[in-house]
Write a protein that binds this ligand. Structure first.
Ligand SMILES: [Mg+2]
Length: 281
């Protein structure tokens, strides 16, 4: 397809676990090979900050005796069991041309490449997926080492490399994510003046992302994109969804202020009162 020079090229980079799916790959994999206590193992690992947030599964696959028996085919099988959000394929098709804006859709994730590729087979091309890669022992098929983990700062590296190879301007990047593994890359995209979208209520992420959208349908990320980038008003956005056979129901705009209230001690009350009475400046 010849490129129309008037088309505005964007990069849309999305996390996988709980952004395009409903459950972490690690949970699905652990269930499918019959290993219990995955959340506890992850919790223990993340407490000590030995690996980047999101990279815990890769660490377990390499170092935990119970996960040593995992082979490539187990990862592919786990991918088939992952429940995906609705309409990911349609999302990537619609992103090809929205009134002269084209968004190249890529996935970056700490989840194993084989898991994501298998889960998104026929939905997202394999070369648009940047997951964690392993080297396998040619004799035993065991995971011998990790080539790269796309968690935390690893995601920033993937983003920069993609932006460069696709020749996309730094402010024409959209990043979609749900968890603490996305913090670095979201801060990076904000700094470049791109658009960051949170798809969960994770407080680390919602405080950083420019927009938050909660939905079981992947098409929902179009709402902030159409508003912030394409510049449409809500009426136009409703019409766009309807034209594709969808209704945007219960579209509520909520700004959440999180606050904890507890009893103040007397000196604290005094301090607040003095501050309130002080002249401004
Ligand atoms: Mg995630």
């Amino acid at each position: 397809m010849a490129k129309d020079p008037r088309t505005k090229e964007y990069l849309l980079l999305s996390d996988f676990d709980q952004t395009l799916s409903f459950n972490d790959s690690g949970i699905v994999l652990s269930e499918s090979i019959g290993v219990e206590g995955f959340p506890e193992r992850i919790h223990g690992l993340s407490e000590i900050h030995l690996v980047q947030q999101g990279g815990e599964l890769s660490y377990l696959l390499l170092h935990d005796p119970e996960y040593r028996r995992v082979r490539r085919e187990h990862l592919v099988e786990a991918g088939k069991q992952i429940r995906l959000k609705e309409n990911i394929k349609l999302l990537s098709e619609l992103l090809q041309d929205i009134e002269g804006h084209r968004f190249s859709f890529y996935v970056v994730s700490a989840a194993p490449q084989e898991v994501i590729q298998s889960a998104l087979e026929g939905v997202i091309p394999a070369d648009h997926i940047h997951g964690t890669r392993f080297r396998y022992d040619p004799e035993t098929g065991e995971i011998a080492s990790i080539i790269n983990v796309n968690a935390g700062y690893g995601k920033v590296a993937v983003l920069d490399q993609l932006r460069e190879s696709l020749a996309i301007a730094q402010d024409r990047v959209v990043y979609v994510g749900d968890g603490s593994s996305d913090v670095h890359v979201m801060l990076h995209v904000n700094r470049l003046e791109g658009l960051t979208i949170a798809v969960s209520e994770n407080k680390y992420i919602t405080q950083i992302a420019r927009r938050t959208i909660l939905s079981d349908d992947a098409l929902s990320v179009l709402v902030p994109i159409l508003e912030e980038i394409v510049g449409w008003n809500p009426a136009r956005i409703h019409a766009f969804f309807e034209a594709h056979g969808f209704l945007l129901r219960d579209w509520e705009r909520v700004r959440t202020d999180l606050v904890t209230i507890c009893r103040a001690t007397e000196p604290e009350v005094e301090q607040v009162m003095t501050a309130a009475q002080a002249p401004p400046g």
